[in-house]
Structures are given as C-alpha cells and as structure tokens.
Design a protein around this ligand. Structure first.
Ligand code: FAD
Length: 444
C-alpha cells in the first residue's frame, strides 16, 4: 500500500477495461463504488484543488483520470489552463495515427499498457461525442477504425516489421501481405518490396474532435456523479496563459504541467528538462477533380516515409516535416512554407501512393513536438514530481507530464493515468523508474 492506496489500483490493474458496451454511466458506477483512501498529504484537507496546465493529449488525459480515479467522497476541483483553448498545441495538429509499433524498434516500450489505455480513453471520448450536445458533423469522426497499412520500403524496416508481426499484440494485429492483397485494401497502392504490413486494429483520430469530446466526457462524468448524489467533483476550462508556475502557488494542492514543447518557456523550467524541440508541418489535401476515383471509405490510412491520414473520401492529411530545434510555436504556415512542405512530402508519399499527385493543397498547420532524450535503454517520456525544480516553499505539489515526442496519442492514456495515481497518492515512486530517470541526466 502507498499512502493508503494500493499500487495495483494506482497503476490501474484493477480498473475494468472498457468493452464496446461500456458507457460513461458505467464509469460513474465504477468511480462511485471506489473505496480508496487518499495520500496523508491530502487527508487534512476537506477538498483537493488541482490545476492542469495545458489542454492537449497529456492534460486532458490526466484531468479525466483525476476525476475518474479519485475516491468518491473526495471533493475535487480541476482547473484546466490553456492559453489557446483545447488542442491549441501539437495535439491539435497531430496526424492522429495510433498503433503500438515502430519500424525501427522490435518491441516498443510498454506497448501493451499504452495501447490498452489509449483505446480506453478513445472509447470514453467516442461515447461523449454521441451526445446531441456535442454536435458531431456527419462527415466528421472521433476515431476512424479502418486500420493502417505500412508498405515496406527498405530491407531494414522490412525485417523489423516482420518480427513485430510475429510478436504482435492480440489487440493490435499485424498481417503481412503481398502487393496484390495490399492493392485490394488501397487501390493503386505501390509496394516497392511486394510486402506490406496491415494493422486492422490501428486507428486514426481526428485530434481536435477527440480532445473536445474528451473534455465533454470529463464534464459529463461530473454531471452524472452529481445526479447520483456525489456533488463533489468539478472541472472548468480557463483559457489563459500561465506565465509562471509561481502564479499558481498556494492556490492549488497539485499543479500538473502538461505544456508539451512550450514547457521550456516557463521561467522555472527553462533549460532544466532534457527535451529537444522538433517542429512539424502537416499539409491538408483535397481531391477536387470529380473524375478522380475517391479514396474508398473502408480503406486504411498509410504509413511510410510520409504518412497519409484519411479524413474522408476526398480529404486527407499528409505529414510530416521534421525541423529540429525550432522555437516557432505558431500553428500558422505561410503559403511558401506550405508549398515547400508539399515538395518535400509528395515524392515520399508517392513512392507508395502515386495517386497523391492528383490531390490539391488546401491548407497546412504546424506543431512542435517535445522529443525525449535518447538513452541506451530507449527513449522515454518525462514524468514525476518537479517540486525541486520549481523551488520555494509552498503547500502545492508540482508534477510534470512531458516529452511525449511523436507518439503522444499512444502514450497519453497510460501516462495520464499513472500521473493521476501519483498525484492522488502523493507518491512519485508509483511511477515506473524509466519515466523518472531523466532527473539523473545532465541538465542543458
Ligand atoms: C506535425 C505533427 C504530427 C504528429 N502526429 C502524431 C500522430 O499521428 N500520432 C501521435 O501519436 N502523435 C503525433 N504527434 C505528436 C503529438 O502531437 C504530441 O506527442 C502530443 O501532442 C503532445 O501532447 P502534449 O499534451 O504533451 O502537448 P501539447 O499538445 O503541445 O499541449 C500543450 C498545451 O499547452 C498550451 N500552452 C502552452 N503554453 C502555455 C502557457 N504558458 N499557459 C497555458 N497554456 C499553454 C498549448 O496551447 C497546448 O494546448 C505529432 C506531432 C506533430 C507536431
């Protein structure tokens, strides 16, 4: 037991995995039957106030898990701060492609935990989006479940992916197929090595819609608990910039910093974290020519040296560029830069999807990834208590979720859940050591 709360619960081992029939109300039932106690750190307080700074994948995941995993009798208020609103950073511009494999690494770190928790959160958001209040357009989606196809383009990746296919998760299968079978999935696909890897369970998220739906799910959870007699949870979104963590000191029992690449702009953390920034541009393309064949509704998105994330039969996102060290946090992209992006990405995409040349540019957007350091053991996000970095005496406790790199969607569910457990128990040691090992690294 840690702080009166068992580690297995903190790490989510007892939390029921969502099945296709699970709804938000069953979440409430689960939450309201919880008999967990809090960290002694919080026991002498009648209520707990948490600030989540940043409303991207990391911030909204931890907000959800704080509300959902906290004891039923705890009065908990969560303020979510974001200078641009929900999805204002890298999360909102991401390609939205999710699968637990890498063409470079035989077994991705903690693939199964990340994948399962990610699917759980996607389901939570999908359920919320079904509400008439949400107003989901008929041509939009939270999650597109038509899989992802990766045609092999070089021998090295071919071998790694073959190995991944042999050891794949049962919840995210990989089928090794030849060029003919690949073209049955995506007409006119090109398979340079006559091999492709089809991940039928991999998904495509519309990141903005998903984040809006996840925030609504938090609000719905609070409302439903209210209606079942537990008027003790609340959440609110503050659309404002946090200039310094010291501004939040004293007001909150816990502050969870989820600022992505902009974490380095906070005076308390600037130069203190071993993350590197990498800006990426995504081009938005449409098929204007009515004589051109539409992208079939059942066909998967495509991964290669460039990726093609299908939005509808006549619109797609093409990504992405990699500009290391950039501090340009604006999501706007000039016409010149958008054209240059197209010149870079279309040749890469057309190696596997020659039809891309028929699509026209309609826009582009940019985001900055917070890349975690490479270590001999791998590349891990940065989690943990950062009181020592923030400094000063304060009753608040400061926490970090950072360095989600180019896989924020895969990681966010599990990392948000782990961090909520650490915050509520007041214990950092419930976090896997590889996620807190960044502290031992030399600072910039
Ligand atoms: C071009 C591109 C494509 C990508 N594609 C994929 C993909 O297909 N799949 C995948 O898994 N990952 C993808 N990623 C990576 C993924 O987007 C990131 O890992 C993820 O978004 C990081 O989430 P986050 O919540 O940590 O940060 P962010 O999403 O950056 O969230 C930080 C939030 O903090 C807010 N903020 C910043 N400063 C302040 C302040 N001072 N005060 C208040 N609020 C502030 C911002 O507005 C922002 O909303 C992509 C990234 C890029 C750039």
């Amino acid at each position: 037991m840690v702080g009166g709360w068992s580690c297995s619960k903190i790490l989510g081992m007892n939390t029921p995995t969502i099945t296709s029939s699970t709804t938000t109300s069953s979440y409430v039932r689960c939450c309201s039957t919880s008999s967990l106690s809090l960290s002694p750190h919080f026991n002498n307080t009648s209520s707990l106030r948490c600030a989540v700074v940043g409303a991207g994948f990391a911030g909204l995941s931890v907000a959800w898990h704080l509300l959902f995993n906290s004891p039923k009798d705890l009065k908990l208020h969560v303020d979510v701060f974001d200078e641009l609103g929900i999805g204002g950073g890298a999360s909102g511009v991401s390609g939205g492609l999710i699968h637990p494999y890498s063409p470079k690494v035989k077994l991705l770190w903690r693939a199964e935990e990340c994948w399962i928790e990610c699917l759980n959160l996607l389901k939570v958001a999908e359920d919320a989006a079904k509400s008439p209040h949400f107003g989901l357009d008929t041509d939009s989606f939270v999650v597109r479940r038509t899989g992802i196809l990766r045609p092999a383009v070089n021998e090295k990746n071919l071998d790694v992916m073959k190995e991944n296919a042999l050891n794949c998760l049962s919840s995210c299968r990989i089928r090794t197929i030849d060029g003919v079978a690949a073209r049955e999935l995506v007409p006119n696909l090109s398979t340079p090595l006559d091999t492709a890897f089809f991940m039928p369970d991999a998904v495509n998220v519309n990141p903005q819609v998903y984040l809006q739906a996840l925030y609504l799910a938090c609000e719905n959870l609070v409302t439903r608990m209210d209606s079942t007699g537990y008027q003790r949870k609340s959440i609110s979104l503050q659309k404002e910039s946090v200039a310094s963590l010291h501004d939040l000191k004293g007001e909150y029992d816990a502050v969870i910093v989820c600022l992505g690449a902009k974490v380095d702009t906070l005076p308390e953390l600037s130069g203190m974290l071993p993350i590197r920034t990498c800006r990426g541009i995504v081009a938005l393309l449409q098929l204007h020519d009515v004589s051109c064949e539409e992208y079939p509704g059942h066909s998967p998105s495509i991964l290669s040296d460039a990726w093609v994330a299908i939005q509808s039969p006549r619109s797609l996102c093409l990504g992405s560029t990699w500009e290391w060290g950039s501090r340009n946090y604006s999501s706007s992209v000039s016409v010149e830069e958008a054209s240059a992006t197209l010149r870079e990405l279309v040749p890469k995409a057309s190696t596997v999807y020659p039809e891309i040349t028929k699509w026209s540019l309609t826009g582009a957007r940019a985001g900055v990834r917070a890349m975690p350091p490479l270590t001999p053991q791998g590349s891990f996000p940065l989690l943990g208590c950062i009181d020592d970095l923030v400094g000063g005496s304060s009753p608040s406790k400061f926490w970090l979720i950072g360095g989600l790199g180019s896989r924020g969607l895969l990681y966010h569910g599990w990392l948000g859940k782990l961090t909520a457990g650490a915050v509520l128990s007041g214990q950092e040691d419930v976090l896997p050591p590889e996620l807190t090992s960044w502290r031992k690294m030399k600072r910039k």
